[in-house]
Design a protein around this ligand. Structure first.
Ligand code: 13P
Length: 258
């Protein structure tokens, strides 16, 4: 049985005062969601604030990105060792909004996927669990390339680090067309893609595939979370906008418990 995980990606939102309110609001209700893992991903400048608030709460935290390099002259970057130093259990890798920034450098898919794989390897070496975001753009969706996009990155991850490394990994299917649009994928569509991902891993190792948490992300809200999470291959959610409202986020965490 896979334990569900709900991850709140705050993106570039919040300040010290609003973060305190949000965290207090979630923690005040934490007894209402006990059979789900919950993790918060603030902007990195608030990592310490979140660490202090969540220490000994049972909730986890992490950052929205990390460097593929170990240390040194990489201005503005954050290393995996720094995440470890601040008690991060998880790190988001390959979010489509980050890919968008890289794409401005005109890097192609192949290079982008390899940067993700390098970051993945770096997180693993520090024992921080990577949450790898995978999803097709609206154009790729419209032209039926979803499986190809998902398979390409999975194959690179497996080739670079072996299938067993996925045992410490979480996958997040985040179709780009569903992010921040209010237009979530249907539970049936998401289930089909999640099942495809699990099968792709199972071709290498069925036990790893069966234990792998695969989250869905893209306009998850309090009122659409339960049908999504009831699907057999959807093991929780990666939540953006709705994670900025304590009650809404708690509702999603509760939906993952039932
Ligand atoms: P929304 O929930 O705002 O659509 O964002 C999803 C997301 O990008 C989480 O990483």
């Amino acid at each position: 049985m896979r334990k569900p995980l709900v991850a709140g990606n705050w993106k570039m939102n919040g300040n010290s005062a609003s973060n305190t309110l949000l965290l207090d609001g979630i923690l005040a209700q934490k007894n209402t969601f006990t059979s789900v893992d919950v993790a918060i991903f603030p902007s990195a400048v608030y990592l310490h604030q979140v660490q202090i608030a969540l220490e000994r709460s049972g909730l986890s935290w992490g950052t929205q990105n990390l460097s593929q390099f170990r240390q040194g002259a990489y201005t503005g970057e954050i290393s995996a060792a720094m995440l470890k130093d601040f008690g991060c259990k998880y790190v988001l890798i390959g979010h489509s909004e980050r890919r968008g920034l890289y794409a401005e450098l005109n890097l192609d898919h192949f290079v982008l996927d390899h940067i993700v794989a390098d970051k993945y390897e770096m997180a693993l070496t520090e024992g921080v669990s990577p949450i790898i975001c995978i999803g097709e753009t609206p154009e790729e969706h419209a032209t039926g390339q979803t499986e190809e996009v998902v398979a390409r990155l999975l194959d690179i991850l497996i080739k670079q680090n072996g299938v067993k490394a996925l045992a410490q990994t979480v996958l997040a299917y985040e179709p780009v067309w569903a992010i921040g649009t209010g237009k979530s994928a249907t539970p049936e569509w998401a289930q089909e893609v999640h099942s495809f991902m699990r099968e792709r891993v199972a071709k290498h190792d069925r036990a790893t595939a069966e234990s792998l948490q695969i989250l869905y992300g893209g306009s998850v809200k309090g009122d659409n979370a339960a049908p999504l999470f009831s699907m057999p291959d959807i093991d929780g959610g990666l939540v953006g906008g709705a994670s900025l409202d304590a009650d809404e986020f708690v509702k999603i965490c509760q939906a993952a418990c039932s």
